[in-house]
Design a protein around this ligand. Structure first.
Ligand code: AGP
Length: 610
């Protein structure tokens, strides 16, 4: 989704802005632009397409200045063209970049038109620029003009405003779209994601909801929504400096698939005792709160929703308490019933997904016992606004298709199910010890599963001319089938559906013929015989079967066109292993089809709008 970079320094910042935008490319965008103050005017360059196009434009029309703002746009209002690209101006004196959506932009636009403002784009952002310019006329500073303007906005924004008359400061405002400030020596930076600024600083401060701030080279003045001054310190980040490099891999997605043994190791580190999960890993209050939990409500979107679905199987079978799972965008807009002593869990890689965040905010008003987030980004909105946070420690995930974030979410959720089972004494100690032992060997098992890579690469060639694919699984493997289908459609644009294997005969079976590839998860543990029967049904209709099986399997091998083996483990951990070949399969198919694996069309890494 859109990306923001801003800088106020004592050197030419054009290169810093471009590098910042480059590091935000993974979020998904369709045009890019920047504006700097130089020679007593605001100079702007915008281009449709990649940041490299903008960079080329700068080489052809050198632009330099010590204060500036830049943006990558993911179109919401108006098509992706140069006039709709940010920054947007008002009267050549105010320049604005904006992430989010202004919901009341049409009425504001009409009002501003009547007051003589001329619009040159179709965007909601241009409304903000004119509104700030209008408020500036009756304000003693840009800061108070922005504060007044934001009071008139409905919707979501993370915005940076620059004023020609004031070349020493930028004003930023946040509501629903994240913004972080970075501190250098005698210079300050702003971005929608700290990753953008890692080459220039490691000192960061997040802006909170509703805050507006004035950022100069040496100072930051933050105002709360009621106008009072907020005191906050910069803190050193723990995010790795090289998070934005592909290393020896061709794509970030592949690098991240291969990082999974390490990321799972980090997720487990320091959180397992000899024969148990350390319950405090979920927060200091976790022992007292988990003891009281009688019901679990999980909400998430996309891949994170699939990990929630797996968690439902784990929690209900290990803990014996009900667990409900819902897509965040549905949860937030319906009347829900909250049972006594319910724990609200949000799951999110980014911690900034608009629907998930909105669901958490609603939940906080609904009388839940507590809120817990399973999240990968420290300092993100979900982490800051939840009562407890379990950090998945996957490291920065750059590929739009989520891989290592998913398996670390599963790891955390399995640990949560075990922690609840420990607290409620719902599982025999022997079973808990067994899970802990298997969790310890999980990173190695994943390494082993990755060894099928070359076989899967060859197998991918069969998908060359396929337009559809089915993924089937039962029990805990059903959400994994859905995740396999999501990965394939996201990056290869092949239509794919994930189904519970037994549900096939209630409809999808009509699609099966010799042109339909069907990936069936048929591991030894969990409904094996029943899945084999489903495979027979596919076979007799000539479907092309790709079986994901346990090492040494014979029955499925006899029936399937291809098999991919994963190491044997206990039933609850199998979903983590079957995920690996599905990630590799969709990756290789997308590469063979020549798709943009890391930045698939129309998708964004962090979906900060509804
Ligand atoms: C995953 O491959 C997707 N890109 C997408 O479904 C993602 O999982 C979803 O947008 C939720 O994001 P979050 O985990 O950051 O909340």
């Amino acid at each position: 989704m859109c990306g923001i970079v801003g800088a106020v320094a004592q050197r030419n910042i054009a290169e810093i802005l471009i590098e910042g935008l480059r590091r935000l490319e993974y979020r998904g965008y369709d045009s890019a632009g920047l504006a700097v103050i130089s020679d007593f005017k605001i100079s702007r360059l915008r281009r449709v397409g990649k940041v490299s196009e903008l960079q080329k434009a700068i080489e052809e029309n050198p632009i330099d200045g010590s204060i500036g703002i830049a943006h990558t746009r993911w179109a919401t209002h108006g098509e992706p063209n140069e006039t709709n690209a940010h920054p947007h101006f008002s009267n050549d004196t105010i320049a604005v970049v904006h992430n989010g959506i202004i919901e009341n932009y049409e009425s504001l636009r009409e009002e501003l038109k009547l007051q003589g403002y001329v619009f040159t784009s179709d965007t909601d952002t241009e409304v903000m620029a004119h509104l700030i310019e209008r408020e500036r006329k009756s304000s003693d500073s840009l800061l108070s003009a922005v504060l007044k303007a934001t009071k008139l906005l409905k919707g979501a924004y993370g915005t940076v405003v620059m004023e020609l008359a004031n070349p020493d400061c930028l004003v930023v405002a946040r509501s629903g779209s994240p913004l972080v400030l970075g501190k250098g020596i005698g210079e300050m930076f702003i971005a929608s994601d700290q990753l953008a600024l890692l080459p220039v600083t490691r000192q960061f401060m997040f802006l909170e909801e509703g805050e507006v701030a004035e950022v100069t080279r040496r100072d930051v003045k933050i105002l709360a929504p009621d106008g009072s001054v907020v005191e906050r310190e910069f803190e050193e980040t723990t995010v790795q400096h090289d998070a934005g490099d592909k290393g020896k891999f061709r794509h970030f997605m592949m690098k991240e698939i291969y990082e999974q043994p390490d990321s799972i190791n980090s997720t487990l580190e320091g959180r397992l005792a000899q024969d148990s999960v350390i319950i405090e890993s979920f927060g200091n209050r976790a022992p007292e709160l988990l003891d009281k939990v009688e019901f679990v409500q999980i909400i998430a979107c996309g891949t994170s929703y699939h990990s929630a679905m797996v968690a439902k199987y784990w929690i209900e079978s290990m803990v014996g308490i009900p667990c409900q799972v819902e897509i965040a965008s549905e949860y937030r807009y319906r009347k829900t019933v909250v049972c006594k002593n319910s724990l609200f869990i949000s799951i999110s890689q980014s911690g900034e997904t608009a629907d998930t965040l909105a669901a958490l905010r609603i939940a906080k008003e609904q009388g839940f016992l507590a809120s817990l987030t399973i999240c990968n980004v420290p300092g993100s909105s979900l982490v800051r606004e939840s009562d407890m946070a379990f950090m998945t420690r996957a490291g920065a995930e750059i590929g739009v298709a989520s891989t290592k974030a998913f398996t670390t979410q599963l790891t955390g959720l399995l640990m949560l199910a075990v922690a609840l089972a420990q607290t409620k004494k719902s599982l025999p100690q022997e079973e808990i010890s067994n899970i802990i032992q298997e969790l310890r060997t999980l990173p190695n098992d994943i390494k082993h599963a990755l060894e099928m890579d070359t076989t899967i690469e060859t197998m991918a060639e069969e998908f060359n001319e396929k337009e559809h694919c089915l993924f089937l699984g039962r029990g805990e493997q059903y959400p994994i089938a859905m995740e396999g289908a999501l990965k394939l459609k996201e990056i290869s644009y092949i239509h794919a559906e994930g189904y519970p294997a037994a549900e096939m005969k209630h409809g999808p079976i009509a699609l099966i013929d010799e042109n339909m590839p069907i990936v069936v998860i048929a591991t030894k543990k969990g409904h094996y015989e029943k899945v084999v029967s489903n495979i027979q049904e596919i076979k007799s209709r000539k479907g092309k079967i790709i079986g994901i099986v346990t090492e040494g399997d014979k029955d499925v091998r006899e029936l399937a066109d291809h098999v991919i083996e994963v190491p044997e483990t206990i039933e609850s951990l199998t979903p983590l292993l079957t995920t690996i070949p599905l990630q590799l399969l969709s990756y290789h198919i997308a590469v063979l089809l020549g798709k943009n694996v890391d930045q698939p069309r129309n998708l964004a890494k962090s979906v900060t709008v509804e």
